[in-house]
Design a binder for this molecule. Structure first.
Ligand code: ZN
Length: 225
């Protein structure tokens, strides 16, 4: 089966996962209809190929289908959000992420950690924080919101520290592995050289052996005279 997927960016329908009754429709061929489609699809599709792109039937209102469930000539896709009982998850869509998510995704690791450090330096730990903390590292129910936030920040900071040191350990292990690999390679080279030397010695001994045999033959010939 050819892999067909709906050209609408936030629609995850493919020919492998499409619910019963959902079909794919080709794009219109007339210039007039293509212009109308383009008006509605230009912000909904990352790519639109008139001859190849398919739009699934979920994007068309009922009025655009005839009695045989065929798409009418004047049909335009108009439905791009799905009801909550549908499998489409609105949070999946990059369009509907929050402003914070959007801005965060633009930052790299270094920018983010320096930003967090700067924020830390500006905030002072509440001096009486400990009195709000239970023995299982939670905030007591009547604690002020600042205590909740600070505990969360502290936990996150501690976790970051753990992750950073884990990262450093991993890096060291990788370095050791590389070093071992280099040693093995050098050792292999030495062994190969030793084998070559041994082969040479064997060759010399064989030659010597042949010479000795020749000499013995000559000597025995002389003796038999
Ligand atoms: Zn679709």
């Amino acid at each position: 089966m050819v892999n067909i997927r709906c050209a609408v960016t936030n629609c995850k329908i493919t020919n492998y996962n499409k619910p019963p009754g959902v079909v794919f429709h080709s794009c219109p061929s007339s210039k007039e209809m293509r212009n109308k489609w383009l008006q509605v699809l230009k912000n909904k599709c990352s790519m639109l190929d008139w001859s190849r792109s398919k739009i699934c039937s979920k994007h068309f209102e009922k009025k655009y289908f005839d009695s045989q469930r065929k798409l009418r000539e004047n049909a335009i896709p108009t439905i791009f959000t799905f009801s909550s009982n549908s499998k489409m998850s609105k949070t999946d869509s990059p369009i509907e992420r929050t402003k914070v998510d959007r801005l965060l995704s633009r930052m790299n690791q270094a920018q983010l950690s320096s930003d967090i450090k700067n924020t830390f330096n500006k905030i002072k730990v509440p001096s009486n924080l400990d009195i709000f903390i239970t023995d299982d590292l939670k905030c007591k129910p009547d604690s002020p919101i600042e205590a909740h936030l600070w505990l969360l920040i502290k936990k996150q900071d501690y976790l970051n520290g753990m992750l950073t040191s884990q990262l450093a350990r991993n890096k060291k292990q990788v370095e050791t592995l590389h070093k071992n690999l280099d040693e093995i390679r050098t050792h292999k080279k030495d062994t190969e050289q030793n084998i070559d030397t041994l082969k040479y010695i064997v060759k010399c001994l064989q030659e010597k052996h042949a010479t000795l045999e020749e000499q013995i033959e000559i000597l025995s010939a002389v003796e038999s005279r």
